[in-house]
Design a binder for this molecule. Sequence first.
Ligand code: GTP
Length: 398
Amino acid sequence: MNAPSSASHSEVDPSSSLVAPMEDPVHPDAQEEENDDEEEEEVCPDLVPSFSAIADKDGLANSAQKVPVTVITGYLGSGKTTLLNYVLTEEHNKKIAVILNEFGEGAIEEKSLAVGNEGQLYEEWLELRNGCLCCSVKDNGVKAIETLMERKGKFDYILLETTGLADPGPVASIFWMDEELGSDLYLDGVITVVDAKYALAHLREERPQGALNEALKQVAVADVILLNKTDLVDNLQDVRQEIQAINASAPVVETVKSRIDINLILDLHAYDGRAQMSVRPTKFDYVENGTPHLDASVGTVTLRQRGPMIWSKLEVFFQTLLWEEKVYDVEGRLAQILRLKALVPQEPPLPVLIVQGVHDTYDTYETSQQCQDGTIVLIGRHLDRDILERHLQEAMNS
Ligand SMILES: Nc1nc2c(ncn2[C@@H]2O[C@H](COP(=O)(O)OP(=O)(O)OP(=O)(O)O)[C@@H](O)[C@H]2O)c(=O)[nH]1
């Protein structure tokens, strides 16, 4: 794990976990992309990788003994609770615990809380017919959940619902970072539920002093996006394009009442080396082709590098971008990364690396996946493709 305060360039170990061979990529957008194949090939024959994470069901490597945590986020009223209810009542042979997250928000009504031995606050567990559990945890984060696990026995899976106005980035980081500290939990993925009817309005909402609104952040960091309430909208094209312009990497699955194949949202391994890379057209990469984008300050930029790369040089680029705050757009606004992913071929016999990053923290994993060229996917704000490309080349030529 590499974060500004915890690691220097020379401390990085680019082999923090070993990766087993993966299944063929299955992209939830595949059906739709198939339909659009001809059109997209004409528009843009080049393909950009999507790290739509595909489950490795064998439970391999370092997370085998750990319990996955999937963060479910989405704007107010988008369908998060509907999704949780759906998952809880489906037959899945998993003992799932649902955590209603109040991290940092302090919004739980005091009267509904019980105080645990260690001072943490949580509601009584609600046990459901199929063995699922539901509780509400306030603050104390990972520790509180682990204490609950000690009392109730291990679950197979944890779903953590953020409040509608939460920024899922820090919540995701807590679990990701804590895994490094030997936690029993690991972050599996971030699922964002979007209200198809109001998404454009939510994504446009302005915040004081140009702050990013929550809906944008939630879409930007998503590993899978549910475009929900599609029964209420006739034309989904605009909202789909808008979402994919912001996050060109996450699959977007259209849903009614949040009904989705749960295999598309659980066991993704989106934050370790097992995330499978599949391809997706660059059609919606607004920086590359000028697709209309309502808030052009947030989007996805994909950079390509031919042939094997030298990791230590690429890392200079990441650190310039993430930690040193030296990269600006043409208008002099600081580039801000919300999510970063990269597939990095090295000179054989060195392995191909996958890089995963959230905000200013990143980590590397070896993968058995093969690739000739390097691909770097940056999702964030004030990203200027040409300027980023220049910084990348400077680092690679240094
Ligand atoms: N028409 C329609 N209504 C839906 C759909 N999905 C959810 N709803 C309704 O939308 C309302 C809000 O859904 P919730 O699941 O409570 O949304 P939420 O994201 O948990 O809401 P907050 O917790 O307030 O942020 C409920 O009345 C749902 O029944 C859908 O696909 N179509």
